[in-house]
Design a protein around this ligand. Structure first.
Ligand SMILES: [Zn+2]
Length: 432
C-alpha cells in the first residue's frame, strides 16, 4: 500500500515536470508565432529597421520666466554619456543603492539629439546645437546647415560682459570645444579651428592638443606649417604644466591657452603616468577662480564649458574600465561644480551629453537570469564596432533657471534655457 502511494507520487511529480516542460516549450512557440515579430530571427537586429517620417518643423520648448537670474553658468558635457553609462558607473563605484554626484541634482530631463541631417548625431552638430541653439549637419561647427556662420554662446555672452572658459580632456580643437569657439564646415579642419580659437572671445582654453598648434618640423600636425603656439604668445599666456594653474600668476585681462599634452590628456596606454596634466576638476577650479577674479574686476558673469571627452572614446573602444575611469573624472568635476553652486547661489550648473556611444547594455548573464548581482556590461556591436546611437541623453540642473531643464528638451532647447537663466538686458561689450 505504502509502496503504491510512493510510486503514484513519483509518477505524478515526473508527469508534472514533463508537462511543465511541454507547456513551457509550447508557450514559447506560441508567443514566437503570435507576436508581431518581423521575419528573421530575434538575433537579427536589422529586422527592426524602419524608415522615419520626414522632419516636420521643430517646436521650441516653452520656457518658464526666470526671476532670479544666474551670474555664472557651468555646462558639463559627458561626450557619449547616456543613462546606461551613468548607471554602469554608479553600479561599479557605489553599487545599486549608492548615489553619485549626478544623482544629487534636483532637476532632470531628457534631451533629444538628432542633427539637421541625421537621426544619429556626431559631437560637432550636437555641440553646435548647445553653442548656437540651431540644428546643423553632422561634422559642421558653429555654422548652420547651409554653412552660414552662427553667433555662438561665447560670442553672444562676451557682448554682455561675460567671461568664458572651455575645458576638455581631448585636444582643444576637438568637436565640442571647437563648436563654442569656431565656425567651420568640417570638424577635421583643425588648422582653421585652432586659428579661429585664438581669435575667439574665449578667455581661457584648457586641454590637450599642442600638436595641432605646431608645424611638422616641431613635431606637430599643422598642414599650413604655421607655428601657432609661437604666434599665440602675442595674445595669450601659454600654460603647459598643471602647476601653472595658479590664479595669482594671471593678469586679469590676459587670455590663457593651456595645452597640457601633445594630443589628448591621459593617453589610454599610460593613463596614470602624466604628472603635468591637470584633472577636469583642477581645470574647473582654476576657471572658477579666474571667473571670480574677473567678476570682482569688471565682468558681469561667466560661462564655463567642461567636457569629459573620452567617455565617448571608451564607448567607441567598447572598454568598460576606460569608461569607469573617464566617468569617475567627469563625476568628480560635476561634484565640484554642484558644491560650488550650493555655496554660490548665483550659479547654474547643467550636466548633459551630446549623444550616446556604444549602445551600452546592462544585461543578465543568461536569458531570464534575474538573480543577485549577476550582470554583464555589453556594448552593442551589431554594426561592427562601437558607434554613436540615437538614444536620448539625460540632463541635470541646479541653480537659477534650472526648472527649464525638466521634461523633454531638444538639444537646441538647452541653449535657450541657458540664455534664459542669465540677465542679458544690457549690452555692455567685452569685459576683458
Ligand atoms: Zn564619438
Amino acid at each position: 500500500m505504502r509502496n503504491s502511494i510512493l510510486i503514484a507520487l513519483i509518477s505524478l511529480s515526473l508527469g508534472g515536470l514533463i508537462g511543465a516542460k511541454v507547456m513551457e516549450s509550447f508557450g514559447r512557440n506560441y508567443i514566437m508565432a503570435n507576436l508581431p515579430v518581423p521575419s528573421g530571427t530575434l538575433n537579427d537586429k536589422d529586422v527592426f529597421l524602419k524608415s522615419i517620417p520626414a522632419n516636420s518643423e521643430l517646436v521650441k520648448k516653452d520656457l518658464v520666466e526666470v526671476n532670479k537670474k544666474a551670474k555664472n553658468v557651468i555646462l558639463l558635457i559627458g561626450d557619449g554619456m547616456s543613462a546606461s553609462q551613468i548607471t554602469s558607473y554608479r553600479l561599479l563605484k557605489e553599487g545599486p543603492n549608492g548615489r553619485i554626484a549626478m544623482d544629487r541634482f534636483p532637476i532632470s530631463g531628457i534631451v533629444l539629439t538628432h542633427s539637421a541631417d541625421a537621426i544619429i548625431t556626431d559631437s560637432a552638430s550636437s555641440a553646435t546645437a548647445y553653442s548656437t541653439g540651431s540644428k546643423t549637419k553632422n561634422s559642421y561647427l558653429g555654422v548652420d546647415k547651409d554653412g552660414q556662420i552662427l553667433e555662438n554662446l561665447t560670442e553672444k555672452l562676451d557682448g554682455f560682459g561675460f567671461i568664458s572658459a572651455l575645458i576638455s580632456t581631448s585636444e582643444v580643437t576637438h568637436a565640442t570645444p571647437a563648436a563654442f569657439s569656431s565656425h567651420v564646415d568640417s570638424r577635421r579642419d583643425t588648422d582653421e579651428i585652432s586659428s579661429q580659437m585664438l581669435e575667439s572671445k574665449v578667455a581661457t582654453i584648457l586641454g590637450g592638443g599642442r600638436n595641432f598648434f605646431l608645424p611638422p618640423e616641431k613635431g606637430g600636425k599643422r598642414k599650413d606649417k604655421r607655428n601657432l603656439l609661437e604666434e599665440a604668445k602675442k595674445s595669450h599666456k601659454i600654460l603647459t604644466h598643471k602647476n601653472q594653474l595658479v590664479i595669482s600668476n594671471i593678469n586679469p585681462s590676459e587670455k590663457i591657452l593651456g595645452l597640457f599634452a601633445n594630443e589628448h590628456l591621459r593617453d589610454e596606454g599610460t593613463p596614470d603616468n602624466h604628472p603635468s596634466e591637470p584633472t577636469l576638476t583642477e581645470m574647473l577650479k582654476f576657471s572658477l577662480e579666474r571667473a571670480k577674479a574677473a567678476i570682482d574686476n569688471q565682468c558681469r558673469g561667466s560661462f564655463i564649458m567642461v567636457e569629459g571627452s573620452q567617455v565617448d572614446w571608451a564607448g567607441h573602444a567598447n572598454n568598460i574600465d576606460y569608461l569607469e575611469r573617464e566617468l569617475g573624472e567627469f563625476d568628480e568635476a560635476t561634484r565640484y561644480a554642484l558644491d560650488y553652486a550650493k555655496n554660490n547661489q548665483n550659479t547654474l550648473v547643467v550636466v548633459t551629453a551630446d549623444h550616446e556611444t556604444g549602445g551600452l547594455l546592462i544585461e543578465p548573464i543568461a536569458l531570464s537570469y534575474y538573480t543577485g548581482n549577476n550582470i554583464k556590461f555589453s556594448f552593442n556591436t551589431a554594426i561592427g564596432g562601437g558607434s554613436h546611437t540615437g538614444a536620448p541623453v539625460p540632463v541635470y540642473a541646479y541653480g537659477p533657471g534650472s526648472m527649464n531643464f525638466s521634461g523633454t528638451l531638444d538639444n537646441t532647447d538647452v541653449y535657450h534655457a541657458i540664455l534664459n537663466a542669465l540677465d542679458l538686458t544690457e549690452q555692455t561689450g567685452s569685459c576683458l
